[in-house]
Design a protein around this ligand. Structure first.
Ligand SMILES: [Zn+2]
Length: 57
């Protein structure tokens, strides 16, 4: 797969302590793999991140 420069991976630290890779633009709600709560929500542009972005790749 080609990587497009405008799409980045974020490492998000969720409220439960889980760190998860999330795209910076998502089309559906992304749930935390540990607690099952939303970790990123689509907004039509950049994702709304629920948690703290600890790293951008
Ligand atoms: Zn979580």
């Amino acid at each position: 797969m080609d990587k497009k420069s405008e799409t980045k991976f974020l490492v998000v630290k969720h409220e439960c302590g889980n760190e998860q890779h999330v795209y910076d633009s998502v089309k559906t709600v992304v749930k935390c793999t540990m607690c099952g709560k939303p970790i990123a929500k689509p907004t039509g542009g950049l994702a709304e991140i629920i948690g703290k972005v600890v790293k951008t790749e």
